[in-house]
Design a protein around this ligand. Sequence first.
Ligand SMILES: N[C@@H](CCC[C@H](N)C(=O)O)C(=O)O
Length: 248
Amino acid sequence: MYLDKYSASGNDFVIFHGFKSADRSALAKRLCHRQEGIGADGLIVLLPHESCDFMWEFYNSDGSTASMCGNGSRACAHYALTHGLASATMRFMTAAGEIISRVEGDEVESQLTAAKELLAPFEEAGARWHFFDTGVPHLVTFDLPYEPVLARTMREKYNANVNFCLYDDALHVRTYERGVEAETGACGTGMVASFLSVFTYLGGPEVLAVFPTSQEKLQVRIDASGKLFLKGAVRRVFSVDIDMRIKQ
Ligand SMILES: N[C@@H](CCC[C@H](N)C(=O)O)C(=O)O
């Protein structure tokens, strides 16, 4: 089984392509395991699609599926170009809708699906929260430093990813990710939800530099028609051929 390991600003993924849809939840858990597998935040499988360049199946490291992943979309676009599955500008289908990605060297920009505000801003646990769906649901606060116990409480109550932000001349975001059940190095849809909170409620600009936990800088922007874009470098860490028959 041939696969690639990618890092997209510190959010890491195992990626391969196949021909058929299947329940790959157990495989995702096995491959993503940090001690007994390759280790990753998620598994992405590219599959043929009738009208797009391809479609994907996306799994978190705990085997759950997610409808979208911003950093995963950038990593898988680079994978698709590298493996001759698409040209540098490509369209692919996710459970959240169609994504358009453009690859230029190691820089990849993805145009995400239209965002929705799930709840008006609200106060809870001594903080003000914004709640956006940018492909998956994200809570965002600017009032508190990263706090894992509160992150876990809010994640469970709202079934959402949870972002703790600092906004100065740039945006700094730490994300507790659902399905990884921990803080990850970066979360693309979380950075876009945080950007939207700044843009909508704090009078922020149309383009912002965003620094996730990994400190690998990205750019988030909104165009005149409200389309949202996430851009940054991705890195193919290695390619490997593994024997999946070895099983304890
Ligand atoms: N890391 C991703 C988000 C992946 C899905 C998320 N963990 C969920 O289950 O909601 C990103 O870069 O957007």
